[in-house]
Write a protein that binds this ligand. Sequence first.
Ligand SMILES: [Ca+2]
Ligand SMILES: [Cu+2]
Length: 371
Amino acid sequence: MVAIIVLCLMAGVSCSRNPGEFANLSSARVSASSNSVPNSSSFGPTIPNTSPAPRPAPAGMVWIPGGEFSMGAADSPSEGEVGMQATKDSRPIHRVYVDGFFMDRTDVTNAEFARFVKATGYVTVAERKPRQEDYPTAPPENLVAGSVVFSPPDHAVSLDNHFQWWTYVPGANWRHPTGPKSNIIGKDNYPVVQIAYEDAQAYAKWSGKRLPTEAEWEFAARGGLAGKPYVWGDAFRPSGKWMANTHQGQFPNQDTGDDGHVGIAPVTSYPPNGYGLYDMAGNVWQWTSDWYRPDYYQTLASEGGVARNPQGPANPWDPAEPAERKRTHRGGSFLCTDQYCSRYVVGTRGKGEVSTGTNHLGFRCVEDGHS
Ligand SMILES: [Ca+2]
Ligand SMILES: [Cu+2]
């Protein structure tokens, strides 16, 4: 019997930087998860804290009041091979409380990250040559600094092997998001990408901030609404309006840009949510500080009551790739489409190996109310 591995149920974010992985592209298989997860309970109201911000918001940030809310994503009406079918890890819906905090209005931009690098001389993970001792099975010729890039085929492909559209590209990093020939000139106002978890953490520390927990991120993304599928409400395109940078056309080979952007968009290109936060759905994925486990919501729900300021599980575990240490990603990206990965649905989750950046993964920071 052939072991079927649930390898990458979202748009490639569980691909890793591991050079060994890219040395053998033939073993990738994707299958529907057969985990049995209890069906979701329903959403309750969002009850925001009423106390005002303890101090004026730092530049570029907004006050998120915190409070109690229902976290998770509802069952999909159509459980297909992809998309919402792969969101069992965002159930059951459960009650969570988070304290108030400040959050960056936008993803960290290229200009902001450049200031950090200029001030500190920081070198990102993608710019460092992978060490043989970290990747003992990788052929030496694969030990080249670089990162994972969306490299779509020029023709329609089956959606069962993400290596058909994700490639490890030597020389790809935040200054060259899709490879050595690409650059970020004129893109100061775009989200920085090709950021590994420790890169995001280093930036956060330098700026006196931190990364959001997954619960903080979701509370903020919901913008005061309760149980809506999108950060702006019920309809994907209210009155025909595009509300987020997602993917139109046939995935992965054709990005028609009907929403105004082929590929990544500058920050603030689409309307903010109820808390004044931009791009909490689509454009680029965002790191959160929680380790990823698909059963974490079940664990919280089984404890009963309201989970207060949950920080994520103590250790990472992804049964699809048990050797990879993953943190949770949130928000989806310009590659999200209901054909493959509808992670612009607000309660859904992503995951990523901590040393792996991609050209659709960035981050934003938060700050505690009292500092
Ligand atoms: Ca788009
Ligand atoms: Cu996606």
